[in-house]
Design a protein around this ligand. Structure first.
Ligand code: AMP
Length: 249
């Protein structure tokens, strides 16, 4: 059983991004880039399924610039067997990524695709759902537990009121939530081993996909600066201020 794991190269979660002065986007020049944290969880889950003997091959896929190779090498250091880079300098929006992934699903015929629930740069939370729609596969989103058995995958989902478990017939699309697992640290020997694993590069045109953006960003702005707080001497003053100044009670 093959598992396809799409991994996105994003600005590292520790970096405080700065909005460009012309408001056209955020400045990512000379900024540390890493694998999207939810995708690390997806790779970890796929590798654990392989270690349990449920899965035979884990294929990592990244769509984007040449440097996404580094992200794919990290995925292979965690334990993915091989990688595919869909190389393009074009801006990729979720629909374009979903179409590229659909082309790879058609080619590779995986039984399971495990994506992150969202990319921390665009916060779209769309690609997995769009991929499920384009491929006609069942989807289990925001997974906090994944169990594969008898041609089905049981996905426990974090929903508002608690947990919901859905049973999907394979092949299926799953997206990961934060509590699914804690990804392992990549060790130096595994980083070295990952350098020798196969990494294939294709272009969107090879997959017959038009990645032209459908959505135009009009402007990007910093959130409003928060004013400084004040110290109050006692609870009575606090309550008065909440009533008369903040008018929240
Ligand atoms: P998004 O819909 O942009 O929030 O992304 C959700 C998930 O789709 C991510 O966690 C990745 O698993 C996958 N994904 C999005 N963009 C890419 C990309 N450029 N390359 C590979 N996977 C991607």
């Amino acid at each position: 059983m093959k598992v396809l794991v799409p991994v996105k190269r994003v600005v590292d979660y520790n970096v405080k991004v700065r909005v460009k002065s012309d408001g056209t986007g955020v400045d990512i020049a000379n900024v540390k880039m890493s694998m999207n944290p939810f995708d690390e969880i997806a790779v970890e889950e796929a590798v654990r399924l392989k270690e349990k003997g449920v899965v035979t091959e884990v294929i990592a896929v990244s769509c984007g610039v040449t440097q996404c190779q580094e992200t794919l090498r990290t995925a292979m250091a965690i334990g993915a067997d091989r990688a595919i880079l869909v190389e393009t300098d074009a801006e990729l929006q979720p629909l374009a990524v979903a179409k590229l992934l659909k082309a790879l699903v058609d080619k590779e015929q995986p039984q399971l695709v495990i994506l992150g629930k969202q990319a921390i740069d665009d916060d779209c939370n769309q690609t997995g759902q769009m991929l499920a729609a384009l491929t006609g596969l069942p989807q289990g989103t925001f997974a906090s537990k994944v169990e594969v058995a008898d041609g089905k995958v049981a996905v426990t989902r974090e929903v508002d009121g608690g947990l919901e478990t859905v049973s999907l017939t394979l092949p299926a699309v799953v997206t990961t939530d934060l509590r699914l697992n804690e990804p392992r640290y990549v060790t130096l020997p595994n980083i070295m081993k990952a350098k020798k694993k196969p990494l294939e590069t294709v272009k969107p045109a090879d997959l017959g996909v038009d990645v032209t953006p459908r959505i135009k960003t009009l402007s990007v702005a910093e959130p409003a600066k928060r004013g400084a707080g004040v110290k109050v001497p006692d609870v009575a003053t606090l309550v008065t201020k909440l009533k008369t100044e903040a008018k929240v009670i």
